[in-house]
Design a protein around this ligand. Structure first.
Ligand code: SAM
Length: 283
């Protein structure tokens, strides 16, 4: 099929496709959003694009016209024959029938250099997918993803904002974040109940801050935000450090234990984590 003629509603009708709500199937029907995703991701003919959840292939077709190679990962077995039929004769297209959460992206990426992830993500797995893609250390240059508005705002948020939370710190530890555009429910079939945002995560060459044990830093971040309304002093009790050691660590860090997690920058989390880590390991 000519890539320019791939239209969501027509394909849904042609194949009498039945949407599965539990798979987060809200397909894009708005060309301006497709254009903004492609422009936002700065897709060019040297890029190897990985797309999660191609649906009937509307965004995939746009990617195929611009990129060197596109690999799409789709879980729904009903969509596989449609994608094969519509896009299968394009040499730069590769389709994987699998749960994206189970994919080893290092194997997929191999020696490729300009690897970008572009996706209109299924909302029910947005956070686990983002965390997997960032934490597993895959060599993505950027992730340009459409996600639920509230999650995007949390990811993009700064300290002292009500949206600032564990996911803001975890993502900003690895990436610069920028919001590309908002997308209304009317841009999809079927229409989701919530608004969406296209956000770009540009992976930093090295993490934003240095820390002795990143796993421990993220434990501290989680403990802090699990008890959002409590002081750091109370929140860090979950980390099994004695009162004396905790006092010593806070003193060394220069961070007031009466502060709350939502006021700490990524650097301050790293500083505090390192000080607690030191006192813990000097037992
Ligand atoms: N890209 C299409 C578009 O923009 O119109 C469809 C996006 S739709 C929001 C999400 C897609 O992800 C669906 O095609 C759905 O079947 C697929 N999907 C859901 N869970 C998945 C998973 N765990 N791994 C891979 N694909 C998944």
């Amino acid at each position: 099929m000519d890539l320019k003629n791939i239209k969501t509603q027509e394909l849904v009708n042609k194949y009498n496709f039945k949407f599965t709500k539990s798979l987060g199937q809200n397909f894009l029907v708005d060309d301006s959003v497709l254009d903004d995703i492609i422009d936002g991701a700065e897709v060019n003919n040297e890029d190897f694009i990985i797309e999660i959840g191609p649906g009937v292939g509307t965004l995939t077709a746009q990617l195929l016209m611009k990129a060197k190679k596109v690999t799409a990962i789709e879980l729904d077995s009903d969509l596989i024959p449609i994608l094969e039929k519509e896009l299968g004769d394009h040499e730069n297209f590769n389709l994987i029938h699998k749960d994206a959460l189970k994919v080893d992206f290092n194997e997929l990426i191999g020696e490729e250099k300009n690897v970008k992830l572009v996706a209109n993500l299924p909302y029910y797995v947005t956070t686990p997918i983002i965390l997997k893609l960032l934490k597993d250390g895959y060599k993505f240059k950027s992730l340009t993803i459409m996600i639920q508005k509230e999650v995007a705002e949390r990811i993009n948020s700064e300290p002292n904002c009500k949206e600032y939370g564990a996911i803001s710190v975890l993502v900003q530890y690895y990436c610069n974040t920028s919001i590309i555009r908002r997308v209304a429910p009317t841009s999809f079939i079927p229409r989701p109940k919530v608004e969406s945002i296209v956000i770009k995560l540009d992976r930093l060459d090295k993490p934003r801050v240095e820390t002795k044990d990143v796993k421990f830093m993220f434990e501290l971040v989680r403990a802090g935000f699990n008890m959002r309304r409590k002081t750091l002093w109370n929140a860090t009790k979950a980390l099994n450090v004695s009162k004396e050691k905790s006092e010593e660590a806070f003193k060394k860090s220069g961070i007031d234990p009466k502060r709350r997690a939502e006021t700490l920058s990524v650097q301050e989390f790293a500083t505090l984590a390192d000080c607690i880590y030191d006192v813990k390991n000097n037992d």
